[in-house]
Write a protein that binds this ligand. Structure first.
Ligand code: SF4
Length: 288
């Protein structure tokens, strides 16, 4: 399918009509900041929101509501006749829709699949609405803080992966001739989200999706940075007494699994990312 790229200044052929037809049959991935944002709007704890309305430890919003005339389920937050029940707390994917977003050379590019917007099919009333630039559209959607969260969590993802690299490359594990760690990095990237969540275990899933941060909850960059510190501290504590090659191998696999689970929650292609990390590790002498 054709992918169309747009700059911030490109003119969109629509503005959102908020009729809610985009709230059916979609896959909406979540990062920890978005989980927090939802829970604030819903006035429940992030854990309660996670357990009630998301899957795979919190990285995917449940779409288990009533079906539309195409048989597609509504988002768990969609209320018939009203629309989104958590509009102010909705995640970036909902703010961008029908656009996707890619970072290339440190610049955000906005994309959409196909040669015309799905909204033109699903919400014919948008034809009567004024046209906007992408920048104006995003401003209207108040996407800025959520874009910052997404970008900061991509850095957190890389930082977590760096711990897996250290455990493989700087512990003596790869120098000892280890050939089983990289295949497991690949295997995890190809696992179903429920399989990877199970492999990582509740404790690390909670650390990844439910960080206990009481300040910085209105600033997504500071929140993600604080979260990064908590993850690093946990890893340092858990991995500080490792001795055997088997222990370093297991630790490297575990923490890479956490990075890949976050990658999926960020809507990134975890298989491509894992292959990139495997190739990088090989450049530094790791084998498979
Ligand atoms: S969070 Fe709100 S806007 Fe997003 S899909 Fe669900 S109901 Fe729709």
């Amino acid at each position: 399918m054709q992918t169309t790229k747009l700059s911030n200044q490109s003119i969109l052929p629509l503005t959102c009509s908020r009729s809610g037809t985009c709230c059916f049959g979609k896959v909406v991935m979540l990062n920890p900041w978005e989980l927090l944002s939802f829970s604030k709007e819903k006035k429940i704890s992030p854990r309660e929101f996670r357990d009630l309305y998301s899957d795979f430890g919190g990285i995917q919003l449940k779409f288990n509501g009533a079906t539309d005339n195409k048989g597609q389920h509504a988002c768990s937050q969609y209320v018939d006749g009203f629309g989104c029940s958590v509009h102010l707390g909705r995640p970036l994917a909902c703010r961008l829709y029908p656009l996707g977003r890619q970072i290339q050379n440190n610049e955000a590019l906005y994309i959409y699949q196909g040669d015309h917007f799905p909204c033109l099919n699903d919400c014919s009333e948008v034809l009567e609405l004024p046209k906007l630039s992408v920048g104006e559209y995003l401003k209207g959607q108040e996407a800025d803080e959520f874009e910052k969260a997404q970008d900061e969590y991509l850095k957190v993802m890389q930082n977590i992966a760096d711990i897996a690299f250290e455990l493989l490359l700087e512990s003596g594990l790869s120098a000892s001739g280890d050939k089983k760690t990289l295949p497991l990095w690949r295997k995890m990237a190809n696992e179903l989200p429920e399989e990877l969540a199970k492999r990582i275990g509740e404790e690390w899933i909670d650390c990844l999706m439910l960080p206990v941060i009481v300040d910085e909850i209105n600033n997504s960059i500071l929140f993600a940075q604080k979260h990064n510190e908590l993850i690093v501290l946990k890893a340092q504590k858990q991995f500080k007494n490792l001795k055997t090659a088997q222990e370093f191998h297991e630790a490297s696999v575990l923490i890479m699994g956490v990075a890949l689970h976050l990658a999926r929650g960020l809507g990134a292609n975890q298989i491509t990312i894992a292959e990139h990390w495997i190739a990088t590790a090989k450049q530094y002498g790791a084998q498979e």
